[in-house]
Write a protein that binds this ligand. Structure first.
Ligand SMILES: *Cc1c(COP(=O)(O)O)cnc(C)c1O
Length: 399
């Protein structure tokens, strides 16, 4: 298979059409740049939905990956291995939580958090068997399993996938009064993203998380933050919850935890909460594997050593300020925290997709989210010069 056209044809012939990718075929990537099959280079402003926060092929992460792959990659949790204890200990130190339960993909970590909350509800809070309720928000994105799409409000994610898992309630995002009203004696947890990523980079009102924290405390409800996208320095802090003086009971991480190389996810919480699992109650063949643990340890180390939270805060503020100066008839709103920025276009603009296609022609890769929003989430170690290049191209297509 030689040409781009041949690849695109074979993709449409042999692969299920559950995505509509831009018509680019990437063959190589390094740092913030990718190269396609025709040798054309593009600046990556999506970084795999924040999974590539460290940039493509980060030399230290690749070194650790290769070295660990040659030593021991997989043992299953039937046996311990020498990367596991340091991984758990370092995750606890980095996050300030007592315990960690590693999985692979984000959806698996969210499922793990849901199971944790239900068990905690029955065993610690005293909810009657099979009565547990978990509250989530409209516009959420937590993954694609049957149980997770059971509380999605996106029709495309749900159509003809029923019957759905019961035990979930939906309230509007950013609405404290709605949370108070939705809580019953059977409520075990509130699951929420600090900033809705898939929902279109939606930032809740200032003080929302702190108020949510105190409501959950009042009613003995676990506050579970899905920071799979917002965590690990993406919003200019280690975790997005640090923008407010609060901490969740359960923190869900994924995406960048695998350093842009392999899937690694985790649920973090106190001993009381994660203590609800005993041997046999939950598991994953690949969860907590040596390769994943070694890469995740290095990914965390690089975040700290390269000061990626500070970089994200600085560069994000710069880009947001520059973007806000653009005078354009098609921009509805520009919003963001750190290097997680959404450019919402007006309805008349006819959807964000065609602007992403134009950007691709200009050598910049972006992806629309929610029809009208262009999501900007480059690697956190992108240079200011590359960000300037991105800004010039964005300005060109938006004015
Ligand atoms: C990407 C994402 C998930 C799902 O992660 P997968 O690895 O795709 O299963 C869950 N929650 C949030 C907030 C995400 O951004």
């Amino acid at each position: 298979m030689q040409t781009q056209a041949e690849h695109l044809k074979a993709i449409s012939q042999f692969s299920a059409r559950n995505y509509s990718p831009l018509p680019v075929v990437i063959t190589e990537a390094s740092g913030s740049w990718v190269t396609d099959i025709q040798g054309k280079r593009y600046l990556d402003l999506l970084s795999a939905y924040s999974a590539v926060s460290h940039g493509h092929a980060h030399p230290e992460l690749v070194r650790v990956l290769v070295e660990q792959a040659g030593r021991v990659a997989l043992t299953s949790r039937a046996f311990n291995h020498d990367q596991f204890a340091p991984f758990c200990q370092e995750m606890a130190a980095f996050s300030g939580f007592e315990m960690v339960l590693p999985m692979n993909t984000g959806a698996e970590a969210v499922e793990t958090a849901l199971k944790t909350a239900r068990r905690w509800g029955y065993r610690k809070k005293g909810v009657q068997a099979d009565q547990a309720e978990i509250i989530a928000c409209s516009g959420n994105f937590h993954g694609r399993t049957i149980s997770i799409v059971s509380f999605s409000t996106e029709e495309a994610y749900r159509a003809d996938f029923g019957p759905f898992t019961p035990g979930f309630r939906i309230i509007p995002f950013g609405d404290v009064a709605a949370l108070k009203q939705a809580i019953t004696p059977n409520t075990v947890a509130f699951l929420v993203e600090p900033i809705q990523g898939g929902g279109g980079i939606v930032i809740p009102p200032v003080g929302y998380l702190s108020e949510v924290r105190s409501i959950c405390d009042q009613h003995q409800v676990l506050l579970m933050l899905d920071e799979i996208q917002t965590g690990l320095c993406r919003t200019g802090k280690r975790f997005a919850f640090e923008h407010e003086p609060m901490r969740p009971d359960v923190l869900i991480l994924g995406k960048a935890l695998g350093g842009g190389l392999i899937p690694v996810s985790a649920v973090l919480a106190s001993k009381e909460v994660l203590g609800v699992f005993e041997p046999g109650s939950h598991g994953s063949t690949f969860g907590g594997n040596p390769l994943g643990c070694a890469v995740a340890r290095a990914a965390i180390r690089v975040l700290v050593q390269e000061k990626l939270a500070e970089k994200s805060a600085e560069l994000g503020a710069y880009l947001l300020a520059e973007l806000s100066k653009i005078k354009s008839k098609i921009i509805q709103e520009i919003r963001g925290r750190g290097l997680l920025i959404g450019i919402e276009l007006k309805k008349e603009a006819g959807g964000a997709r065609k602007y992403c296609e134009e950007l691709m022609e200009l050598g910049v890769l972006c992806k629309e989210t929610h029809e009208n929003v262009i999501r900007i989430a480059p690697p956190l170690n992108i240079t200011r010069q590359d960000l300037g290049f991105a800004f010039e191209k964005l300005r060109k297509v938006l004015i």
